[in-house]
Design a protein around this ligand. Structure first.
Ligand code: P6P
Length: 337
């Protein structure tokens, strides 16, 4: 593959395909540079004094890690001055971050989970950043963070771009602007992302599933049946053996699936039901669902297509079943009987 930089790929999408405009190109470049800075901070580990708890909780009621807060700040500071954004929303902030009056406002809304999988930070397991881009509706009320929330409440089908980075043995950026899925590897010597994957496709079938089995007794009956059929392997109704992988970082598990297939599930369970599920719709499920669908996969809650959910609030949660299309279709069909 030609060693195109991220900037070169984006220019092609803008100039030759008209898929994106200059502001969206700039937005993605700014986010990629922020992720580069996050990668550097993570790479220092204990040497950088950024490990451990921040001593605060986020809106989810989860104890924040120092790197959660640092990653959030890096993304806010990198994006607020550029004139491409109308507002930002983050897993780590209760309300949206509106653009300070000293900077021009743009037409896009950026949502992110600045550091997904942060329970894995202190044990040196892959983590990542997930981001989603929406157009800000004309006439949106952005006069305050409280008022700005309404502008974000759009179904995932309205996303104009989505991506994630995985901070692992290499730092990868996986991106879609609605024209398929491409991947880039951070070249630390050049100091930028270089394209290393194009037209990524998820195999329609798989023999690998990804779920936290410790929650099995809390799952709904269809999910119980679906997983136990796979556990029966070739002696069971599916006639083949399955393997299981669970990293505990959505970005790492979904990246494995985007790369070689599989099905990732964080299904509804009785202990999370009143919260609506474990994973967040707008900055985890939706961007990952756009990428998975753009790579030929499928993404549902078991009952509906994730990208068609119309959110009622920014931090809304949902069940997630995504990956190899035939496997997701089968799991979804079992929820509908
Ligand atoms: P559990 C990380 O905290 C996260 O939000 C996802 O990245 C990951 O898939 C999931 O939670 C892990 O949840 O219950 O296995 O700790």
């Amino acid at each position: 593959m030609s060693q195109r930089t991220l900037a070169h790929y984006l220019i092609e999408e803008q100039r030759h395909k008209g898929v994106i405009n200059a502001d969206l190109r700039f937005l993605i470049e700014v986010v990629s540079r922020a992720c580069q800075a996050i990668s550097v901070a993570i790479g220092k580990g204990g040497l950088g004094g950024a490990l451990g708890e921040a001593g605060s909780d986020n809106v989810q009621g989860e104890a924040q890690k120092k790197l959660d807060v640092l990653s959030n700040d890096i993304l806010l500071n990198a994006n607020e001055w550029g004139g491409h954004l109308a507002a930002m929303a983050s897993e780590e902030m209760d309300l949206p971050h509106t653009i300070p009056h000293r900077y021009p406002q743009g037409e896009y809304l950026l949502l992110f989970d600045p550091l997904d999988g942060s329970s894995n930070i202190d044990v040196n397991v892959s983590i990542g950043t997930i981001f989603s881009v929406l157009k800000c509706p004309d006439g949106a009320d952005l006069s305050s963070p409280e008022a700005a929330e309404a502008a974000f409440l759009q179904a995932g089908t309205s996303q104009v771009a989505a991506g994630y980075t995985v901070y692992g043995p290499t730092t990868l950026l996986v991106l879609t602007v609605g024209d398929g899925v491409v991947s880039f590897t951070l070249d630390r010597e050049q100091g930028g992302f270089v394209q290393t994957g194009e037209a990524m496709k998820i195999p329609a079938d798989t023999s690998e599933f990804s779920i936290n089995m410790a929650n099995q007794r809390f799952w709904e009956a269809p999910m119980q049946r679906y997983v136990s059929d796979m556990q029966l392997g070739k002696d069971g109704p599916l006639g083949k053996d399955y393997n299981m992988r669970w990293v505990g970082s959505m970005v790492a598990d979904v990246h494995r699936i985007v790369t070689r297939g599989g099905i990732f599930m964080y299904p509804m369970d009785s202990k999370m039901k009143e919260k609506g599920g474990k994973l967040r719709l707008m900055y985890e499920a939706n961007p990952m669902a756009m990428i998975v669908e753009q790579a030929g996969g499928a993404a549902t809650t078991g009952y509906e297509r994730i990208l068609e959910i119309v959110p009622g609030k920014i931090h809304q949660r949902c069940a997630v079943i995504m990956g190899s299309k035939n496997e997701v279709d089968r799991a979804t069909a079992m929820h509908k009987v």
